[in-house]
Design a protein around this ligand. Structure first.
Ligand code: ATP
Ligand code: MG
Length: 445
């Protein structure tokens, strides 16, 4: 993409309404525009990152054997009357009437609708296990929308629902989600720690929230610092192997890590003092086993192998897709701007032409651009007639992890400069070598 043909409305001034760094940088980098409290347009650069995040979520869900579908944003109120949540949900639910005076709502979540789909089509244990998910916009009329996409009213969520014949199978689905989430967040360059959370009236050890540590996080968290060292990495996990999946979950949930709702001071004090940490975190996901809560009230049953009819066992599992942009920026930035991890960056590399209009520099940039494209890498080429300083400032603000700088002086010696946004370290090399290096970096991503 050539910058002169793109739509990147960067702001020079710090927007006064933004209280935290991610919100400020998303506005300044021209990623989002607020349309109403907690409701945003996604401008081209923001949309690219949102799409990258969705792609990673889809890939990891499908790797775990979960099946995508798409449910609507608007739902009939009657479904929610069946579960009893229409009245319980309160003012967070946006209620709408259509022209026939039928009561509708903009979905804040989809347990009822997915249960309805299930009961319409499935009635035998032979069709289980089944996990269906979608990535869809939600609306919650939050009391205090703030921090940009971090706490919006309209926001994008991945929500998945497992259906299983018995509790042991449903707990395997829970564990499978935990492992797939760990891999999802790691691919986005994040450390998201599964923490025991409050399961509300259902009780038990059956919900975890995933938290990204950040001083601006809304949740207070308590953990053993050793938990931040755990990594899933590239290990192959067989998602059908219950013991293997459970062992990974055990590895990630044995060290103390809890939100304030479940915090236990006595257990916390047993951790060696230097590893005892109290911090703040951003909730980027939550997994939940809730058994037959919805299947019983909505009549979603299956016939088991011995011929008896039982309510299906369920759980629901959410990832805050749009919130993740904010969380990633909170975790990865400096005073010049965003530093995108390679996994989610809007463009893999930027090209800065130091002397637009110089025949050699223009030609070198064009051929770099084409060579990168030939390797499947779309560069953002700053071809504006601007000072070098302004071009660097834009690149630093929008946070592409790699920059290739091209100027007449370097070209006279046959080199361009490759710079890492994260370390600031620059290296001179032949243009072909820069292309090869970038291709190598992105090969495994
Ligand atoms: P919170 O406690 O932050 O209000 P929640 O526990 O009500 O969130 P869930 O129902 O668990 O949210 O939704 C799944 C995920 O969706 C959350 O983990 C979070 O990442 C994201 N999410 C929830 N509410 C919002 C919001 N208002 N704006 C953006 N993302 C949100
Ligand atoms: Mg939650």
């Amino acid at each position: 993409m050539r910058l002169t043909r793109y739509f990147l409305p960067v702001l020079k001034e710090n927007p006064a309404e933004a209280q935290i760094v991610s919100h400020r940088y998303m506005l300044r980098a021209g990623m989002i525009k607020q349309q109403a409290a907690g409701i945003y347009s996604w401008l081209p650069l923001g949309l690219r990152v949102l799409n990258r995040i969705q792609q990673i979520v889809h890939e990891e869900q499908e790797r775990a054997g979960h099946i995508p579908l798409l449910m609507p944003t608007l739902q009939p109120a009657d479904l929610w009357r069946e579960s009893g949540r229409y009245d319980d949900y309160g003012q967070e639910m946006l209620r709408i009437k259509d022209r026939q005076d039928r009561e509708m709502l903009y979905g804040p979540t989809n347990e009822e609708m997915i249960t309805d789909i299930f009961r319409s089509h499935v009635n035998s244990y032979k069709d289980l296990p089944l996990t269906l998910y979608h990535i869809q916009w939600k609306f919650r009329d939050e009391m205090r929308p703030r921090f940009g996409v971090m706490r919006g009213r309209e926001f994008l969520m991945k929500d998945g629902y497992n259906f299983d014949v018995d509790k042991a199978s449903a707990l395997h689905a829970y564990n499978r989600h935990m492992v797939s989430y760990l891999r999802t967040y790691e691919r986005m360059g994040l450390t998201a720690i599964p923490m025991r959370a409050d399961s509300g009236p259902i009780g038990g050890d059956d919900t975890h929230e995933f938290l990204v540590l950040a001083s601006t996080g809304e949740s207070e968290v308590f953990f053993d610092s050793a938990v931040t060292e755990l990594k899933l990495g590239n290990r192959e996990v067989d998602y059908d192997n219950r013991d293997e999946v459970a062992a990974v979950c055990k590895e990630f949930t044995t060290l103390y890590a809890r939100t304030d709702e479940t915090h236990d001071a006595a257990l916390f004090d047993a951790i060696p003092e230097e590893r005892r940490k109290v911090a703040r975190g951003i909730e980027v996901g939550q997994i939940f086993y809730f058994g037959t809560k919805y299947s019983e009230s909505m009549g979603a049953t299956v016939v088991t192998a011995d011929g008896s009819k039982v309510p299906v066992e369920m759980g629901s599992h959410g990832i805050g897709v749009s919130r993740l942009l904010g969380a990633i920026i909170e975790a990865s930035h400096d005073d010049k701007g965003i530093i995108w991890p390679e996994g989610v960056t809007p463009f893999p590399v930027g090209i800065v032409n130091l002397k637009q209009g110089d025949a050699a520099a223009d030609a070198a940039c064009d051929s770099l651009y084409k060579a990168l494209a030939a390797k499947g890498l779309e560069a953002l080429y700053d071809d504006r007639d601007e000072r070098a300083g302004a071009k660097f400032a834009t690149m630093d603000l929008i946070g592409l992890p790699w920059r290739i700088t091209v100027g007449p002086r370097g070209l006279a010696n046959g080199v361009v400069e490759l710079t890492s946004r994260r370390t600031g370290v620059s290296e001179e090399m032949a243009p072909e070598a820069a292309v090869a290096r970038i291709a190598e970096i992105y090969a495994g991503i």
